[in-house]
Ligand binder design. Sequence first.
Ligand SMILES: *[C@@H]1O[C@H](CO)[C@@H](O)[C@H](O)[C@H]1NC(C)=O
Length: 453
Amino acid sequence: MAFDFGIVILTLVIGALIAVLVWSLTKKSSESSTKGKSEKAAGGKKDGKKSSGAQSKPAKKKPAVAISKDSKSTFTHSWLLTSLKGHTGAITDMDFSANGKHLATCAEDRSLMLWKLNFGRLDSTVMELNMKDIRTVRAHVQYDSATLIRWSPDSKALLTVRALGNNIEIYKVLKKPEAGGLPSVQVSHAFEKTREADLLAIDVASTGRFIMTCTPKNELDVLDLKGNLLASVITNQMETYSAKISPDGRFVATSGFTPEVKVWEVVFSRSGEFEKLNRAFELSGHTSGIYSFDYSPDSGRMVTISKDGTWRLYNTNIDYRQGQLATLVVSGKWKSEGNEPARVALAPDGRVVAIGSNCSLYIYSTANAELLSHIPDIHAAPITRLRFDSTSRFILTTGDKYVRVFHNVPGFKIAVADLEVKLRKATGQALKERCQIQLKEAKALVELFNARN
Ligand SMILES: *[C@@H]1O[C@H](CO)[C@@H](O)[C@H](O)[C@H]1NC(C)=O
């Protein structure tokens, strides 16, 4: 009897301990998820300091309230292909797999999601997609949320940054045997935290040779795939706002408070050993800080967006070792809405530039810098991520718990004009035929949207 009584007491005590432990962990991670949003999304404004008093400031809850406003879930636009719905907290980052098949997102709801959009198979008559036609997979981030996400170049893993841990965590993406099935996503392992300041960017070279991370405190690191530090450099930009690896995997670049983008070459020996980070070239000409930048798929063009009220497209198809400098191709004005950091993306076909400013999307021509369209009030909060799919047919934006996928209608219109010129100039039957097919497709898309408006 006495023995049994002892067991009961012990069970109660252990139960209470577990309850306290679970409660404190849950509390910690929900704090981290709001923290991630306010700091990472702020880009240009915050100094990246850990918010020390993470306890119970009422202000902390603000973003969550704004985002749960359901008025925004009814957003419609004639160019909207779909809104990706599934996350219950603000989306912090998104990335396409190299083959373009799967979009990965992470959010403050402590989950990662894969979305199978079948972009490749959309024919020109698909105007809208329902969520029921989109397959999704979800994975949970244990006791934390992810602020950044990148596919590995072989599409077999996802690299994330944990909000609270501020370290890289890797998830395995395993193919399911049945045809058409989505892969499964399982946590694999984590790297040690490398920096105190929150990581603002992570990227993986398409060559699979290195990983890049960067903090607002100007700490740019190059790591090997096991997480070992290969090299570090201080960007000297007062505060760094964004950092990316070039699509060819050769360069890393950063932008920040100072008015230039700095570019380094990540140099490897012939046998594939890392050698050094070599200062390569700069994108200069802006007169104020640069919020963000983007590359063309061949890395031969780069686009920037600055607080000075302009965006600039540069030719970076240069041999910097021979002293060649990046040159300006075109620059245009953009409309700043308040002090929110703006985002810029270059269409892979190079025809248009997309800018996310506050809650609006702006599309500009790269031929003459003309404003082609403005779509306001897309998200319940300012746009934090913006990108094209690899075919240039779609523009994806996020800023709240949805991803909006728009048809790039201005891009189709320019494509028609371009292809008509190309067709007239085309010699050779094969080229002519290719132009004709592309022109027919672009025209069909333009007509579909003209009929709609
Ligand atoms: C940002 O967009 C929201 C929603 O459209 C709007 O209410 C707000 O005034 C805008 N902010 C600025 C500074 O223009």
